[in-house]
Design a protein around this ligand. Structure first.
Ligand SMILES: [Cu+2]
Length: 526
């Protein structure tokens, strides 16, 4: 287990309890602030409501023309310039998220119907009087996760009209291709700058702690404890969701095993519904596969228990997650990583002209668990940018990581500057590793990559599906960065440069010919 110490990018902490929920004092402070802001909002609402009524009385006979308000839905927000003058109001609703959403106007009982990812719908609200109308997504859990907003209808006049509402509004307000004014574009620029400046943001809670065995039995069996429960989880700064978690963290703790280990995992289910744990990518006896009700009964809710028992026979880069109700339980946070054995590094191998050092030592090795749904949403290791953790490295370091996709969609993971050597797929070492700069990771897949941080700077690392990383309010979701500190005297000729590789000509495969093109590779099959 020579790689174990560096495997997680964080030191092992045997016997250390998992991080607990935020201390009460923090919660109390937030509650106080929330109450204060709530009271301030109420005062403001009463004041402006009074003005609105006064305006309506003074100018009762001139309702504005029909107004169209653009609304975007995403995980988990209802956004747009949600304001219109009194009169006929239409909503133009676009789902820029990855899940299906809808929009309901609560007091009018009007609904857009379900809108799938990327879809659009319009909803005519009819003639609205001045006032505040609450809109929300009625898909279970989405309102609680933040998909609720106020549509403010103002009395008389287009001064407060939302973007796209009134082409005649405001001299100098240049409408863009989607109807934004110059001011609105400027706000989007400012929001984008602010969202990025906040990185890396501190949040409560951190996943992937290394799980030490609770006990080792006389015959050497390693016993681990996992408890599933619903916790408050700060997925991005200030956004607390009800995560479904193992041992109070998302992702759940890492389980690191040696080949040959006898393993017991004692599970306590404190969730409100049944669950199980499937060992995705491990080989186990059939009755330990964790697929209720096929291989076991569900672990009952509210305190039910189950004990898994298997031998770690084969090396693995694997995951554990709920199988029963996976669409709810996994996406809400019930997932973690499990490893057997060391990384199958291609030491001494030459791939596209780049020779991996025979004595290669990893400076860091860590998991990157992808998710895109449930209350966790678009995230890396249970956090959304700017709460994602940056990777801090020295120029010249070799770093390995394994991607694990626990979400519902493919994510093309793009690391700026440093080619990634894909050397294992689903934990299986590749005979022919390959270099890439963008690696698509589908649900259930694991890829293990190696890269060398051979240029200093802050290099962004993100999913390249652009609405998985940006929204109108700025950058979010599946983004982090590698921060490389300069190493004085670093020899730039040792940079990783697979793109300079040239195949040796078909009829000239001798070492001499290879030397003539400055490479050591040979034609496949030669
Ligand atoms: Cu993505």
């Amino acid at each position: 287990m020579t790689d174990t110490a560096t495997r997680a990018g964080q030191p092992a902490a045997p016997g250390q309890p998992p991080p607990s929920a935020p201390p009460d004092g923090v919660g109390d402070g937030r509650w106080f602030i929330a109450m204060f802001l709530g009271a301030a909002a109420l005062v403001a609402l009463l004041f402006f409501g009074f003005i609105a009524v006064a305006l309506a009385i003074s100018d009762p006979a001139t309702p504005a023309a029909a107004t169209t308000v653009d609304v975007t839905l995403s995980e988990f927000a209802v956004e747009g310039a949600l304001t219109a003058p009194a009169g006929d109001v239409n909503l133009n609703i676009t789902n820029i998220g990855s899940a299906t959403h809808n929009l309901v106007v609560r007091d009018l009982a009007l609904t857009s119907g379900d809108i799938s990812s990327g879809g659009n719908a319009s909803l005519a609200l009819g003639r609205l009087a001045a006032g505040t109308y609450q809109v929300f997504c009625s898909i279970p859990g989405h309102e609680a996760s933040g998909m609720v907003a106020d549509l403010v209808v103002t009395a008389g006049g287009a001064a407060d009209a939302g973007h796209g509402a009134n082409p005649a509004s405001g001299a100098g307000a240049t409408a863009g291709h989607d109807g934004n004014t110059a001011e609105e574009y400027a706000k989007m620029d400012a929001d984008m700058m602010a969202s990025i400046a906040a990185f890396p943001a501190e949040t409560q809670g951190k996943g992937n702690a290394i799980l030490a065995p609770t006990e080792v039995e006389a015959d050497g069996t390693k016993v681990f404890d996992l408890t599933a429960s619903i916790i408050d989880w700060e997925v991005e700064p200030g956004k607390i969701v009800k995560a479904w978690a193992y041992n109070n963290q998302v992702p759940g703790p890492q389980i690191l095993l040696d080949r040959g280990d006898e393993v017991k995992v004692r599970v306590v289910n404190n969730l409100p519904m049944g669950t199980d744990i499937h060992w995705h990518g491990l080989r186990t006896p059939n009755d330990q596969d964790g697929v209720a009700p096929i291989t076991q009964d569900p672990i009952p809710p509210n305190g039910g228990t189950f004990e898994y028992h298997f031998t770690a026979e084969d090396d693995a880069i694997a995951m554990y997650h709920a199988h029963m109700h996976g669409e709810t339980e996994v996406t809400n946070g019930l997932f973690g990583t499990v490893r057997i054995g060391d990384n199958p590094l291609p030491r001494g191998q030459t791939i596209s002209g780049v020779t991996i050092p025979a004595d290669l030592k990893l400076a860091q090795d860590f998991p990157m668990v992808l998710n895109d749904a449930g209350v966790i949403g678009l995230s890396l290791n249970g956090k959304s940018f700017p709460a994602t953790e940056p990777i801090v490295a020295n120029q010249g370091d070799w770093i390995s990581l394994s991607y694990y996709n626990e979400g519902l969609q493919i994510h093309p993971m793009h690391l700026h500057q440093f080619p990634q050597l894909v050397y294992a797929k689903d934990g299986i070492p590749l005979d022919h590793p390959y270099w890439t700069d963008t690696l698509s990771v589908a649900p259930g897949e694991r890829y293990t990559v190696l890269f060398k941080t051979d240029e200093p700077g802050t290099w962004v690392w993100h999913c390249h599906i652009l609405n998985h990383v940006e929204r109108a309010a700025g950058m979010f979701g599946m983004v982090t960065a590698v921060v490389v500190k300069e190493t004085p005297g670093f020899d730039r000729s040792t940079r990783v440069t697979p793109s300079n590789f040239e195949w040796t000509p078909m009829d000239a495969t001798s070492d001499k010919a290879a030397a003539a093109v400055g490479q050591t590779g040979t034609k496949p099959g030669a």
